[in-house]
Design a protein. Structure first.
Length: 222
């Protein structure tokens, strides 16, 4: 069973689940709590399939681009990885945080509290970048509007998202398409409205990024 709610941290989501399923790329990173362990899920470029683990998983999913400022680690170093927080922070500090979450009546709230204490203010440039790409605007146009050169935009994207702006745009386009298809919009119309050349283009991207055909994905198949 999976459930989520908006976090008190702007743009973030708190979620709980059993740790099983197909985790799709979304431009985000997560701080995870499971069996008194604190872990970090880096940015995915392909679906991450999990088979479940002991106990309930709790996570805080940061808004796109905001986790590296909290973690103090560039996103590209964690691309397609799940790591223990002790790999990134001093062991004594992580041990203190683990004890704090473990002792709390609600791990989700405790996890949220410790992130709120350390979170940096949102970067307006990164926010504008995500908003523009999620609206389907071309990367080159977005770079010009933000006053960034192509190389500078690429470097900032690697640090914030774990990959370049073209990959981020592709992932955000996939998310738009899945939202439409899940709402019952026909696949051909979904493709056009979300920015694909045609339905075949949509089908290729879905298979490459999620590992399964669109129909199977919507049916919940692993």
């Amino acid at each position: 069973m999976y459930a989520e709610r908006p976090s008190r941290l702007e743009g973030a989501v708190i979620w709980t689940g059993d740790g099983s399923g197909r985790v799709l790329p979304d431009g985000c990173m997560d701080l995870l709590w499971n069996e008194e362990r604190l872990l970090v899920a880096g940015p995915d470029t392909r679906a991450y399939v999990t088979t479940g683990a002991r106990g309930t998983w709790t996570g805080l999913r940061f808004s796109p681009g905001s986790a590296p400022a909290f973690l103090g680690v560039p996103a590209h170093e964690l691309r397609d990885r799940r790591v223990e927080l002790t790999d990134l922070w001093p062991v004594t500090e992580v041990r203190r945080l683990r004890s704090r979450v473990a002792a709390a009546p609600d791990p989700a709230t405790a996890l949220e509290d410790l992130v709120l204490e350390r979170a940096a203010p949102p970067d307006p440039v990164l926010r504008a970048l995500v908003t523009s790409l999620d609206a389907g605007r071309p990367v080159a146009v977005t770079a010009d509007e933000l006053g960034l050169g192509a190389r500078q935009l690429h470097r900032r994207s690697l640090v914030a998202f774990g990959y370049g702006p073209k990959t981020l745009a592709r992932i955000l386009r996939l998310r738009r398409a899945l939202a439409l298809a899940t709402a019952g919009v026909p696949f051909a119309e979904t493709a056009v409205r979300s920015g694909f050349a045609d339905q075949a283009h949509l089908a290729r991207d879905v298979r490459e990024l999620t590992g399964v055909p669109l129909g199977r994905l919507l049916a919940g198949g692993l």
